[in-house]
Structures are given as C-alpha cells and as structure tokens.
Design a protein around this ligand. Structure first.
Ligand SMILES: [Zn+2]
Length: 322
C-alpha cells in the first residue's frame, strides 16, 4: 500500500477566515468563513476520502475494513482510526470550551471518545492570544461565580500565540483559540465539545449558541491550572533537526526541519505527515510524490521506507500513536 492523500473536508463556521486557502493552499470558495480543514477523519461528522492513486474514492473507514493489517499494522485491533487531524483558521475567538476524557465521554455518548488535543501554531498575528487552562488556584466555586456574573475572563490563563509553539491540551482543560491564528491540530477521533462561554455573541439566526455549563463543570479538572507551550525534546541536532513535541497516551508528535535529505524511521506503526512549511519530495520503496505546505499524508504501517528530499527547506510534523 502506497502513501495515502485525502481530499480535505472544509468546514465553514462563523469564526473562520480565508487563510486555509491563502496560507495552506486549500481549495476554498468565495465565502469568508473557512474555519477548519479536516485532513484525516474517520467520524460520523466527517469521513476522509482518498484523493488519488489505486484507492481513489474509498473512504478511510472502507480502507480500514478492506486493508486493516496493511494500514494499521501492529495496531490493527483498532475499530476506528484513532486520530482526527485538522488545520484551523481562527479569525475570531472560538468559544471557551472543554472536552471530556474517555471515561466521562461515555456519560454523554457511548459512541464517542474523550478528546485530548495538541496545537502547533503555523502563523499568528503579533497580538494573538490563546486560552490554555485556568490561572493558578482558581476553584470550582470561584469559576462558577465568575461564569455567573460575566467576569469569567479574569480566571483564564491567556498566553501569546507564537508561530512554532506547540500547546498540549489534555481532556478536561478549559481552552479557547483567539483571532489571527492558523494552526495544525492533532486530536483524538472525537467531536464532543462543551461550550462554557461564547463571548456574548449571537449566531446567524440572532440567537446565542447553545452553552453547556453543567456538562462543562462536570468535566473540568480544577487541579490542572495553567497550561504553557511544550518544551521540545531534541532528537537530532544535525542538518536535519528533529524534536519530540508531545508523547502522551493518545499520540506522539515529532517535528522535522531540514534543508537536506533525511529519512523517517518506520516501525510497523502508521504515521501521519503534515507539511507546515516548504516543499519536499517523499520517496518510498514504490513511489515518489511531491508534498507542499498544507498537505497531509498517511503512511500505511506496511511501508518500509520514507525518505524526504526537500526542494529548499521543509518543516513537517510526524504523528503516530504509541
Ligand atoms: Zn478543543
């Protein structure tokens, strides 16, 4: 099985913009609100379809059915593809939200998982902010009181969005993404989101969007406190620089930056590659393809070789599950 590329699933939401097209080369239309590009999804809310090659037109779910071992290798016991990969263009604040963990998710929907996620900032305006967790010492009572009297913002841990930063957001963490930010998102295959606060806005119908205060309060880990950008762990400091950004129960994220050829070591796990900058050729034992900024590729677990020959320089994420 060769590397798989999928047709991006574009989601229009009022906080979106046009940078998925202008910055990441997505085929957007004329609207002003392209918010998310689901790059790899195996969910009822979005199912990735192979864009070309021998499996063109097949959905990811169909491929898991027909080529389970080749695709998933040592993880072929998985019924569903475990990760949801997105690019996001936040042109306004996303709602303040929280996701349940796996155990909590069962309370609301037995078909759903919890959602732990990580963001890698691709681009940001100089004054862009992210909310990642609560300030030190904010208690449930205080939080609830502030939610009630409209002063919730003073409880939030706000940090500047710096291109290249990675923010790891475990389930149960209060979070929001501010305007002017384009990012790559790695998350569990789940769509369970509870909104705490929507900054006083109304939807297209003039009504506020649904808020889930009770569910949110039941999910939040008030012991967690503020979340700061991860400190990358250097793996290779040569001409090909590689570092580990996240290693958790659900995913491992590595970043490769290089101007010269390099290989990614394969080990029977499927891998996802997201190009954050530059161009590169990808060579495997059977094919060669060109990858540009904004593209995502799934390397089936059966692949033996993955070498990269950047045209000038390339920055890419390598994502796998432990
Ligand atoms: Zn989220």
């Amino acid at each position: 099985m060769e590397p798989l590329t999928f047709t991006p699933l574009l989601k229009q939401i009022r906080w979106g913009g046009r940078k998925l097209g202008s910055l990441l080369n997505k085929q957007i239309g004329t609207a002003a609100d392209y918010a998310e590009s689901w790059e790899i999804a195996d969910h009822d809310s979005g199912q990735s379809v192979v864009a070309g090659g021998p499996f063109a037109g097949k959905s990811l779910r169909e491929l898991i059915g027909s080529h389970r071992d080749e695709l998933l290798g040592c993880q072929s016991h998985m019924a569903q593809f475990p990760l949801l990969m997105k690019f996001l263009d936040a042109n306004d604040w996303l709602s303040l939200q929280v996701h349940p963990n796996d155990t909590q998710a069962l309370t609301w929907n037995p078909q759903e998982k919890g959602k732990t996620e990580a963001w890698i900032i691709v681009a940001a305006e100089p004054d862009s902010l992210i909310c990642a967790g609560l300030k030190h010492g904010v208690t449930r009572d205080e939080f609830q009181q502030c939610l009630h009297d409209g002063s919730i913002e003073k409880t939030l841990h706000l940090i500047p969005a710096i291109p290249g930063d990675c923010i790891y957001v475990p389930a149960q963490t209060v979070h929001a993404i501010g305007p002017g930010i384009v990012l790559a998102e790695v998350q569990q295959q789940s769509n369970l989101t509870f909104r705490l606060h929507d900054w006083g806005r109304v939807g297209a119908d003039g009504q506020p969007r649904e808020i889930h205060v009770e569910e949110s309060l039941a999910c939040i880990d008030f012991e967690r406190g503020p979340v700061n950008p991860v400190v990358p762990v250097e793996l290779d400091a040569g001409e090909h620089r590689s570092e580990e950004l996240v290693c958790c129960d659900y995913f491992i994220i590595r970043r490769h930056c290089s101007e010269t050829a390099f290989g990614v070591k394969l080990d029977g796990h499927f891998r996802i590659l997201m190009v954050l900058d530059g161009h590169t050729e990808l060579r495997t034992e059977s094919v060669s393809l060109t990858l540009a900024k904004g593209q995502t590729v799934l390397l089936p677990a059966s692949l033996l070789q993955a070498d990269f020959i950047p045209s000038s320089s390339v920055t890419l994420l390598e994502i796998l599950t432990p």
